[in-house]
Design a protein around this ligand. Structure first.
Ligand SMILES: O=P(O)(O)OC[C@H]1O[C@](O)(COP(=O)(O)O)[C@@H](O)[C@@H]1O
Ligand SMILES: [Mg+2]
Ligand SMILES: [Mg+2]
Length: 314
């Protein structure tokens, strides 16, 4: 296949006119090749557990530290919250951003999942980094997001960024000077009309009956594509159309994915691309968290498929 023609070369700043949002995604793009390059030697357990009780790999810690340093250094970022950190890091943030509030607005809170799908590190499958930029300290709902994005470390490194203007996809490569070259390959990413793929997490016997019945219908209509990294699985849905779910389980009604670092940013991106996202009852972006590490069931993708899911779970 002929590679897509770059729309622009050498950067560009997602985040519309907001310099703080643009700086966050500049930092994420700049660190992406470093994260990627560091992975081969960091496929082992670090010996620690994170706030969600999951064992942390050396790659998780490395990405967290690199991204934490880069993001907290940005003027206008007030706090930094990570899947790998118990509590928020105070980042100062003297210059305000705040949607529509200009330079006097509140500093932003940036939430990240430094390595999403890191259990794929041992088996060398896709992984990502997820980023949400909120205009209020966390915990907050996804309605407070002003931008969200993810990096996908696949055969190539791509970054998808959404803000109020829409969704764009860039290819990220190292340039010859130790920096990065960013090529926009789609400046108006939209979910295709005819859905093709689905991927559902969790063990099938652990699925509630209503979800199993929905899955049986979807299996008849779409192709199974499940890779075990939310970013990779959602990127397939954005590319081909379809539905991704990490559902409520009999053993874990709150599902597996984290609202602040995973579900909200992904919901924001997919909704800006013309799709839908729900926890089964309400729009993900309306879910009220109690803490930054709260989990939530996530069903996301082509609007018609998500509406059918909601009806099936009703
Ligand atoms: O191994 P399972 O149960 O299929 O879970 C896969 C899900 O867990 C995750 O890997 C959790 O993310 P982390 O690797 O950031 O903890 C998601 O990316 C993915 O959707
Ligand atoms: Mg994750
Ligand atoms: Mg992670």
């Amino acid at each position: 296949m002929v590679p897509p023609t770059p729309v622009t070369d050498g950067g560009g700043s997602p985040g519309g006119d907001d310099p703080v949002v643009a700086a966050v995604f500049d930092a994420v793009a700049a660190t992406a090749p470093e994260v990627r390059a560091a992975l081969p030697g960091r496929r082992v357990e670090s010996g620690t557990e994170n706030a969600s009780g999951e064992s942390v790999l050396a790659g998780d810690l490395y990405a967290d530290e690199l991204l934490g340093d880069a993001i907290t250094a940005i003027d206008g970022v007030g706090s930094f919250v990570s899947e790998e950190r118990e509590t928020a890091v105070d980042a100062g943030g003297s210059v305000g951003g705040g949607a529509g509030e200009g330079a006097d607005g509140p500093p932003y809170a940036v939430a990240i999942d430094p390595l999403d799908g890191s259990s794929n590190l041992r088996s060398n499958n896709a992984m990502g980094t997820v980023v949400g930029v909120y205009d209020t300290p966390l915990p907050a709902t996804g309605r407070d997001l002003v931008a969200a994005g993810y990096v996908l470390y696949g055969p190539i490194t791509t970054m998808v960024v959404a803000d109020e203007a829409g969704v764009r996809e860039e290819v990220i490569e190292r340039d010859g000077d130790g920096g990065v070259e960013r090529s926009v390959v789609d400046d108006d990413l939209r979910l295709p009309n005819d859905p093709l793929v689905y991927g559902f997490g969790g063990r099938v016997p652990d699925w509630p009956d209503a979800f199993t019945a929905y899955a049986r219908e979807i299996e008849d209509e779409l192709k199974l594509r499940y890779g075990g990294a939310m970013v990779g699985d959602v990127n397939q849905v954005l590319t081909y159309g379809g539905v991704f779910a990490y559902p409520a389980l009999e053993s874990a009604p709150e599902g597996k994915l984290r609202l602040s670092f995973e579900a909200n940013p992904i919901a924001y991106i997919v909704e800006r691309a013309g799709g839908a996202a729900t926890d089964g009852e309400r729009d993900i972006l309306d879910v009220e968290p109690e803490g930054v590490h709260d989990r939530v069931p996530l069903y996301v993708g082509t609007e018609e498929l998500v509406e059918r899911l909601k009806a099936a779970l009703d």
